[in-house]
Design a protein around this ligand. Structure first.
Ligand SMILES: Cc1cc2nc3c(=O)[nH]c(=O)nc-3n(C[C@H](O)[C@H](O)[C@H](O)COP(=O)(O)OP(=O)(O)OC[C@H]3O[C@@H](n4cnc5c(N)ncnc54)[C@H](O)[C@@H]3O)c2cc1C
Length: 342
């Protein structure tokens, strides 16, 4: 097991931000992951489970405890009676590689989630989604270590309380360690019905129609690259945590004039955080030499190379406060804030 002290977390986050972890370990198997967390809990040691570091903002002061980086590997395939394919994936498997493999193996349902960085164990945490797909569409069950009950458990999808960029795992931070995820894919060449207008236009189909999964994946990667939403080390527009704010859910009467609106089942509407940010006067590239909005997408807050977490949070507060002042709508951060707050 890899073990270091005073490891700079800026080396392990896509924002390239975060002070040192007092102790940093990397685990290679699910048993090692669970045993390590169990032992640290028994000692009362603070624990941060870390995947690809693409959805965390870590304080400049770092983490006074042990960071357990999930480096577990393994993909187990089982055909089931309903004609679907069950695939159980260890938490540390790279998500983008799994999407590429799914398209290659003709497993349908995650092709539009290409280009999202990070590990497979993290995808149920905030129910990752993009271009009309959410991972909850294909997650069958999530295998965890329950740190409160000190036992392993399996939650079926219906019990995970998946919602827009949330789940019970995100609602109860630190309670569960995800060891693996079982997906239920339909087999085929055509991707799931395209649920996003921009993607449908790019593919030359109507919303609700289907296109070859390989083409969906390629189109998504192209669209994302243009927006700086695919990691690219030399491009500081990608030194981010993706979208910094979630799209707010508001009562329809509170929707600003002209704002995009997607109706929700609970009667509220989801509107666009990027539209609100731009409407409040924050343009692409807004900020200073250290921390700025991406030049390609106003929703991504980026580190230009020598920012601190404090610089990034100052920018986030300015944007949040500007939107509140202009529209009376409170933007909420999407990444998990570790040792810091907005
Ligand atoms: C350029 C870019 C584009 C992005 N685009 C999207 C997008 O389109 N849609 C979207 O939904 N997200 C997007 N994201 C956010 C992010 O990639 C996802 O949320 C991703 O699933 C996080 O994975 P990770 O392994 O990096 O998690 P980390 O950042 O390492 O961790 C995130 C949180 O999950 C917890 N966690 C991680 N692994 C485990 C585990 N095994 N068990 C328990 N807890 C765990 C961590 O403690 C932390 O609280 C983007 C990020 C970037 C940088």
């Amino acid at each position: 097991m890899l073990r270091r002290t005073a490891e700079p977390l800026s080396s392990w986050t896509t924002l390239h931000l975060g002070g040192p972890a007092r102790t940093f370990v990397e685990v290679a198997t699910r048993a090692e992951l669970y045993d390590t967390v169990r032992a640290l809990d028994a000692r009362g040691e603070p624990v941060l489970v870390l995947g690809g570091g693409s959805n965390v903002v870590v304080a400049d002061a770092g983490f006074e405890g042990t960071v357990v980086r999930v480096g577990t590997r393994g993909v187990d395939i089982s055909d089931d009676a309903c004609g679907g394919v069950g695939v159980t994936v260890e938490a540390g498997e790279d998500w983008g590689a799994l999407v590429a493999r799914a398209v290659h193996e003709k497993w349908i349902g995650i092709e539009a989630l290409a280009g999202i960085p990070g590990t497979t164990g993290a995808v149920p945490i905030q129910n990752v989604g993009a271009y009309g797909q959410e991972v909850s569409d294909t997650v069958a069950s999530v295998h965890v270590y329950d740190r409160t009950e000190r036992r392993t458990r399996t939650f079926f999808s219906a019990d995970c309380e998946f919602g827009y960029r949330t789940s019970m795992f995100k609602q109860t931070p630190g309670h569960y360690v995800v060891g693996g995820v079982t997906f239920q894919f339909r087999p085929g060449n055509l991707g799931a019905p395209v649920g996003y207008a921009e993607l449908a236009r790019t593919l030359g189909v109507e919303v609700g129609e289907r296109a070859p999964a390989a083409e969906v994946r390629s189109a998504v990667l192209r669209l994302r690259s243009r927006k700086g939403m695919v990691l690219d080390e030399p491009d500081h527009d990608t030194w981010s945590a993706g979208s910094f704010f979630t799209n707010p859910l508001v009562a329809s009467g509170d929707l600003p004039n002209g704002a995009p609106a997607w109706e929700q089942r609970d009667g509220r509407v989801k509107t666009s955080a990027a539209w609100l940010i731009e409407g409040a006067g924050f343009t692409r590239g807004y900020g200073n030499k250290r921390a700025r909005l991406s030049a390609k997408h106003t929703l991504a807050l980026t580190n230009r190379g020598d920012a601190s977490t404090d610089d990034l949070l100052a920018l986030a507060r300015e944007v949040r406060d500007g939107v509140r002042q202009k529209f009376g709508i409170e933007l909420a951060p999407e990444p998990v804030l570790v040792g810091c707050s907005l």
